[in-house]
Design a protein around this ligand. Sequence first.
Ligand code: DAT
Length: 176
Amino acid sequence: MRSAPNIIVTGTPGVGKTTHCELLAQNTGLRHLSINAVVKERECHDGWDDEFRSWVVDEDKLLDSIEEEVQQGGCIIDWHACDLFPKSWIDLVVVVRCDSTVLYDRLAARGYSGKKLDENMDSEIMEVLLEEARESYDEEIVVELRSDNSDDVEGNVERIEAWIKQWKRDNSGADP
Ligand code: DAT
């Protein structure tokens, strides 16, 4: 049994996943597991996709690589997909959402253009990640949080911190 929960923070690139994960890790002591970094550093990929300027992820290798760490609990998994992580690993799925005008500006500032920019904008507008989360996990562990400005980040992180405290009370092993 885990002594701290595992949380996925997911959403379209640019919505604010990493911003949330870093603050949450700092405030709670949970570990920020950036899947981007894992894929790159532990070479869990089949090479580089030039068109999308991103790694082609080898999901089996990725899951093997993080399994032991995640099963210990206390991981905040930061990734723009969520359906690959086994249900039994995960206690909460946070889908970060963002206004599309705000997102467009963030992605353009990041240097995204053409097909990569268009596909990410479509993904946010079509609620692709929210749908993926709802299809992959029990409804009651999926929450959608808005991240248009810095007040949103603080409010969201406070909410997740309160949830973590409650999870720890509920899973302490003590009699109710
Ligand atoms: P992601 O990890 O989802 O790709 P990020 O955390 O790297 O997103 O954020 C992308 C950029 O937008 C980065 O420059 C920080 C900024 N940002 C994220 N969330 C924000 C918010 N709620 N208010 C203002 N800026 C935000």
